[in-house]
Write a protein that binds this ligand. Structure first.
Ligand code: HEC
Length: 100
């Protein structure tokens, strides 16, 4: 019983610091990685797909939510956006909006 407090403490630290954060990569950056395949590195599209670099968090958040619900017409974004929760969409939108 003497060790119960330190053990509880270190377990809490282990659980709350996932390897992703330990490597210095935010969850928003991880989630946004999958967007680069089509929208280009950092959302700077080299082709016909619209760039999302520099778009506001509000714009990206609204676009993804509307793609997901089907309110906004799309070819691929509707299917892609269905994979994200509201919280994940917010992290992704904040990530792109804050890119330099
Ligand atoms: C498979 C390719 C593909 C992937 C992956 C993809 N997109 Fe898209 N995105 C598109 C295409 C194509 C469009 C144009 C709408 C449509 O036809 O679906 C688009 C449109 C958008 C738009 C609207 C842009 C505008 O100016 O109207 C936003 C915002 C967007 N994508 C964000 C994202 C984010 C954020 C991710 C990652 C979570 C992502 N996309 C992943 C292909 C993709």
């Amino acid at each position: 019983m003497r060790y119960s407090i330190p053990i509880t403490l270190s377990l809490t630290i282990l659980i709350s610091s996932s390897p992703v954060y330990a490597a210095g990569i935010s969850k928003g950056a991880m989630l946004s990685n999958s967007c680069s395949a089509c929208h280009g590195t950092d959302g700077k599209s080299p082709g016909a797909i619209p760039s999302i670099n520099g778009k506001s968090a509000r714009f990206i958040n609204q676009a993804l939510t509307e793609f997901r619900s089907g309110y906004r017409a799309s070819t691929v974004m509707g299917r892609h956006a269905k994979g994200y929760t509201d919280k994940e969409i917010k992290l992704i939108a904040d990530y792109f909006a804050n890119l330099k």
